[in-house]
Design a protein around this ligand. Structure first.
Ligand code: PMP
Length: 356
């Protein structure tokens, strides 16, 4: 029986995406060939790449606005390196927001390239909030932020107004809500939450911010070269890109980002209401900064852990153990998570309250 999968990533995808991608492994486009055995330069795969790139821009409202979408490899972590390589001028300065483990991973890499100013951090409270009221240096080459902090369950609900290019790691909330995406110079997201299997990263670049660093960038790290080669600089992650396309088609068919945002709000509200109502639980993130993708919570009395764990396991729930740096529980309720599964978790929490 299929489990209710609350895993933080790799994570749940729409069931029809699993089915269609499985079929393509056996026979892709009735070619008599698996998608795993055809050339990435074949007409059939080039069409996949083109549609995936175009659909990503379309879903974010970025068509015709000077952006290019790429499907690269190396994970979101590779973009921690590519971003400063492509944007941080020799003798320039980068500005970063430190909102969690992944943000600080990005900061660590930028520091290898040059002056990296952390303009605000929530490390002092184990990243349970999003810093506010900071000033962005107007002479920075870019500002990097992380829209959703997968581990700590916080999410940026507004973004700084700034004249410098805004770069955002949207790995764990891409395509989950409407934003003015044209505010961003670069958006990147590892596929393995809201888009597909691990193995590819969607990178969206506003072309006119490139080419100003004075650096001699190795080809594989150079966004301009990936753009010039239409995301085929080297062999792309063929199967993850195809599976991502299937998910993007599913998003489109289901009313796009706006419709998913409505569903995501409903799911998050249901779960947070229960955390706030149920006297046995407490949320870990500051209320105003709570994530609508990763819901982190604790048992008020850890002595009940075994009892609660038994109940959710019996209810066929999987993947809600919290990250070791927060403890407790983390229910990831990405785009593909049905409201019904969230209801099952809420029912378990209520059953726990009755029986403890
Ligand atoms: N950024 C965020 C927000 C993440 O949640 C993760 C973990 N998936 C990463 C970056 C690192 O991604 P990857 O493992 O693809 O390098």
């Amino acid at each position: 029986m299929k489990k209710h999968n609350f895993s933080a990533g790799p994570s749940i995808l729409p069931q029809e995406v699993f089915e269609k991608s499985a079929q393509a492994v056996l026979d892709f486009n009735n070619l008599g060939l698996s998608i795993l055995e055809i050339s990435h330069r074949s007409k059939d795969f080039v069409a996949v790449m083109e549609e995936a790139r175009a659909t990503a821009l379309e879903l974010l409202g970025l068509e015709g606005k000077g952006y290019k979408a790429l499907f690269l490899t190396g994970g979101a972590s590779m973009e921690f390196v590519r971003v400063p390589y492509n944007l941080l001028k020799e003798n320039g300065k980068a500005a970063y927001l430190d909102t969690g483990t992944w943000a600080s991973g990005a900061i660590k890499e930028a520091k290898r390239f040059g002056t990296t100013e952390v303009i605000a951090s929530s490390k002092n409270e184990n990243y349970n909030y999003i810093p506010k009221g900071f000033a962005v240096p107007t002479d920075a080459d870019y500002l990097h932020c992380t829209s959703n902090n997968t581990i700590f369950g916080t999410q940026m609900h507004s973004f700084p107004e700034t004249n410098v290019p805004l770069v955002c790691d949207m790995s764990s909330d891409i395509f989950s809500r409407e934003l003015d995406f044209s505010k961003f110079g670069i958006i990147y997201a590892g596929a393995q939450k809201n888009m597909g299997p691990a193995g590819t990263t969607l990178v969206i670049v506003k072309e006119d911010i490139l080419g100003n660093t004075g650096r001699n960038i190795p080809g594989i790290l150079d966004y301009s070269q990936h753009i010039a080669k239409e995301s085929m600089y080297n062999t792309p992650a063929v199967f993850p890109v195809y599976t991502s396309l299937l998910t993007l088609q599913w998003v489109k068919k289901n009313g796009g980002v706006a419709a998913l945002e409505k569903k995501n709000n409903e799911k998050a509200e249901l779960l947070y209401n229960e955390i706030d109502r149920n006297p046995l639980f407490t949320g870990t993130a500051k209320t105003e900064d709570r994530s609508k993708m990763n819901v982190t919570f604790l048992l008020k009395d850890e002595a009940h852990t075994e009892q609660f764990d038994k109940l959710w396991k019996e209810a066929n729930i999987s993947g809600i153990n919290g990250h070791r740096s927060v403890g407790g529980y983390r229910a990831s309720i990405y785009n593909a998570m049905p409201l019904e599964s969230v209801k099952v978790l809420v029912d378990v929490m209520q059953e726990f309250e009755r029986t403890v």
